[in-house]
Design a protein around this ligand. Structure first.
Ligand code: HEM
Length: 504
């Protein structure tokens, strides 16, 4: 009898405790709703349960976001399944989110694919703002991307510029009137540069025991850059419905697991080759040496992923931007001539080099105008709101994600005249000062501004300058509307094919 009444008492207490807890939660949420004097952002209507997912299915969300901004204004909220995302479409709101309100939205909620690919936030770009982040950010700046590292690595970039123009000359020699596939040459050279900076050499092939033997350079590019690029936009429907996470999605997981396994196998082989053998003759001092020295405490997986990050980042966004710039230049003989004359005025008969960048504002303007019109990262990876905050006078609750639609900001007619046109001189107009070059926010902003901006600007601008100094660029007739885009970064849909003619 006693045992039964003890049991009854315990149950009654437990039920009462749960009741009180739920009541407190209810009161808290009520207080929150009542206490916020700010309205919530306009809502884009969607369907029950799935929200706006169907409206976003064509994989170019930045364009849909921009259309919605015309109807609902520069800030609005959407639903992707169970998640609420607030989308920002003008530069004031973007700056408020990235700079002023950073402390209340400094982390990121990752999709399942991103979590697996980044080894649960081990890379700098998606890690939370904590001690690990601060340490690995220092590593990447000191070892690779900061001004001093950039000076140290200059000879590697010089070799890359020279290799590119040698390939272009070889193309002209072998196919004088034929179209040149710019992408094939430039991407491979940029990948080579990324490998040299990271592991000290640009292997033509690599022995990867876990993949059954020799892997070619093309396969390395596929495994380290192209496959992860596709993997990052792989959608697992469970990301939108976290309460259904328990349902297996084997096909998706196997695909990402295979991708990360192949990447890990290659990174392991590269690291082993570097540490087990005597330094190969052609090998340079590299980021891996820095990580092995400074990051002795890193686990094997952390080392692999941190070394992979700059290979991935160096090989893509800079390439995407340079390809678009060369497309616009080839399409526009008048502006190409202006640039050529500016280069000749500064260089005379010398080869154009990195030191001359600051003397040719028109070249920098071309680069930034290309970023504005063809931003390789059209939507800044969403930030997670850790505590209630306000944006643009609206209440934003904790648990919301905030996405900055840079494409929308840079197509905003209130801020940019004729935004759909490629007009580099808009950055040279009296109205603008050099700070305006970063008005496009292409590199993000605030504490998490792109760590590779200096490298990207140096490589892209010097490449463009060198290419225009040595060759005349022309599109094939009818190719000037070939502007579709593809993928995570806004890659040109079709590789750039151009006619080139040496100037001397
Ligand atoms: C045109 C070329 C590039 C563009 C447009 C670009 C754009 C961006 C953007 C939008 C962000 C996010 C900023 C934010 O969350 O607010 C970012 C972050 C980052 N980027 Fe880039 N990027 C470029 C090139 C590079 C290169 C070449 C590297 C390195 C090799 C690089 C390394 C990074 C890193 C490490 C971060 C994370 C910084 C942090 O969280 O502290 N980027 N980039």
């Amino acid at each position: 009898m006693d045992m039964i009444s003890d049991y009854e008492n315990t149950m009654t207490l437990a039920i009462a405790a749960v009741g009180i807890f739920l009541w407190m939660l209810f009161i808290r949420s009520l207080k929150k709703r009542v206490s916020s004097k700010y309205p919530t952002p306009p809502v884009v209507p969607g369907l029950p349960v799935i929200g706006n997912l169907l409206q976003l299915k064509e994989k170019k969300p930045y364009k849909t976001f921009t259309k919605w901004a015309e109807i609902y204004g520069p800030i609005y909220s959407i639903k992707t399944g169970a998640n609420t995302v607030v989308v920002l479409n003008n530069s004031q709101l973007a700056k408020e989110a990235m700079v002023t309100k950073y402390s209340s939205m400094s982390s990121r909620k990752l999709s399942k694919a991103l979590k697996m690919i980044t080894h649960d936030k081990t890379v700098v770009v998606v890690s939370n703002y904590d001690d690990f982040y601060r340490t690995v950010k220092r590593f990447i700046i000191n070892g690779l991307l900061g001004a001093n590292a950039l000076k140290r690595l200059r000879h590697i970039r010089e070799t890359m510029f020279k290799n590119c123009t040698n390939h272009f000359h070889a193309h002209v020699k072998n196919h004088p009137a034929g179209l040149m596939n710019f992408r094939e040459i430039f991407r491979s050279q940029l990948f080579g540069l990324a490998m040299k900076q990271a592991v000290g050499r640009d292997p033509e092939k690599l022995d990867v025991p876990e993949l059954g033997g020799m892997v070619t350079k093309e396969e390395l590019l596929e495994i380290l850059v192209l496959a992860p690029m596709t993997g990052l936009i792989e959608v697992d429907w469970r990301d939108f419905f976290p309460y259904l996470r328990w349902i297996p999605n084997q096909k998706f997981e196997e695909k990402i697991k295979r991708m990360t396994f192949r990447r890990a196998a290659v990174m392991k082989a590269l690291i082993n080759e570097h540490t087990n053998h005597m330094k190969l003759e052609e090998e340079e001092e590299c980021f891996l040496d820095y990580l092995l020295e400074e990051g002795k405490w890193l686990t094997e997986e952390q080392l692999q992923v941190l070394l992979w990050e700059p290979i991935f980042e160096s090989s893509d966004t800079t390439f995407v931007t340079t390809e678009w710039a060369m497309y616009e230049i080839a399409k526009d003989p008048i502006r190409q001539e202006i640039l050529y004359k500016e280069i000749t005025k500064v260089c005379g008969s010398n080869t154009f080099s990195e030191d001359m960048l600051s003397q040719i504002p028109y070249l920098t303007a071309i680069f930034h105008e290309t970023l504005r019109k063809h931003n390789p990262v059209p939507v800044v990876p969403p930030r997670y709101v850790d505590e209630d905050t306000q944006l643009g006078g609206y209440h934003i609750s904790a648990g919301t994600e905030v996405a900055v639609n840079l494409y929308g900001c840079n197509m905003d007619k209130k801020e940019w005249e004729r935004p759909e046109e490629w007009l580099p001189e808009r950055f040279l107009n009296d109205k603008y000062d050099p700070v305006d070059l970063f008005k496009t926010m292409a590199f993000g902003g605030g504490k998490r501004i792109c760590a590779g901006a200096l490298q990207a600007i140096t490589i892209a601008c010097t490449s463009i300058g060198r290419f225009v100094q040595e060759f005349e660029w022309k599109l094939e007739d009818g190719d000037d509307e070939n502007v579709g885009t593809l993928g995570l970064t806004c890659l040109k849909l079709h590789p750039l094919h151009v006619l080139i003619k040496p100037r001397k």
